[in-house]
Design a protein around this ligand. Sequence first.
Ligand code: DI6
Ligand code: FE
Length: 404
Amino acid sequence: MSLQLWTHCRAATMVPDAPCDYGLVEDAALVVAGDTLAWGGLRAELPPDLLARCTVQHDAGGALITPGLIDCHTHLVYGGDRAHEFELRLNGASYEDIARAGGGIASTVQATRAASAQELQAGSARRLQQLVGEGVTTLEIKSGYGLALDHERKCLQVARALGQTHAVDVRTTFLGAHAVPPEYAGRTDDYVDSVLQMLPILHAEGLVDAVDGFCERIAFSAAQIERVFALAQALGLPVKLHAEQLSDSGGAQLAARFHALSCDHLEWLSVEGAQAMAEAGTVAVLLPGAFYFLRETRLPPIALLREHGVPMALSTDSNPGSSPCTSLLLMLNMACTLFRLTPEEALAGVTRNAAAALGLADRGVLATGKRADFVLWDVQRPAELAYALGANPRLKTIFKGQVV
Ligand code: DI6
Ligand code: FE
């Protein structure tokens, strides 16, 4: 197999417990074999026999190289938008007021059901291109705006198709337990029954990589989510949970009992919840875009997560209601300014720890044997990626070994 060599670069490998911050290697070399990194390290230490086999040589022009970015929590596929509700909120209504009055998620459900797969695909592709344009090479997309079998299927199929037509790996998550659709108003348990019917069908069609739920007083109780998780577990599917966003519902402990990949949001996470997550190896996914957009004031307990060694990931939560955001770089900045993450924690949150939040052991760091997904940036220091508000210093993306 012909090998490709990348030199004239600095590499923030993001390898854990490396001697340098960011696992930084000055004057690095990366060797790509097919879609895999065959070698990465100091150029001076590149084995000569490997160098001799490199038939393609790329000059990175002094760029900083990071692993491809991973957006591990998005609701990218939906119809319509909620600019009107944004306006309502600015005229005094709260997010919960709007949700209780049949707006919020329900209005997006209506627009998503009304949209054809082609329309959903076109709207979602625009959002996806913005993420990909900032160096995203893997992203998760949840269903949860269809809330009926045919519409959940349509959204998951659109998500899968986006991965086929763009240079990005898409992981799909079934979020049937996102909201109670209008036809089930006042019959939440009956709707949970229908979620339990949808899941095995969609799974059998190969549309589901993981299962998520919204555990919150405006959505589903821990007991209702538990029924969904029990079925996911029986089907061999990993789970994750929107937990403790607006209140402490004990969702983190529940998710940890099911060895959840991640718990997401977590502004109201308790000490017990953090302990349970640490023991289960569950990743904390922080969503500063939603915190910002909803003007929340309760900060996720970062010190507690650090104290218990819970890995922290960061994501856009890209969705029309609480985080209409398609910039993962902006999330780096917001995680630092709003949540006081260090720039290194923030970058780990969109690489190594985001991979863990998706259960993907083959990416998120630049190391031998990992996927050759990486980004060349026109910056000197990795911290600039978190520092510069609204900048996009991406030069090139390499996806599965090929320049995009
Ligand atoms: N939590 C959120 O922040 C989003 N979904 C969820 O479970 C909000 C989704 C929306 O308002 O459309
Ligand atoms: Fe979300």
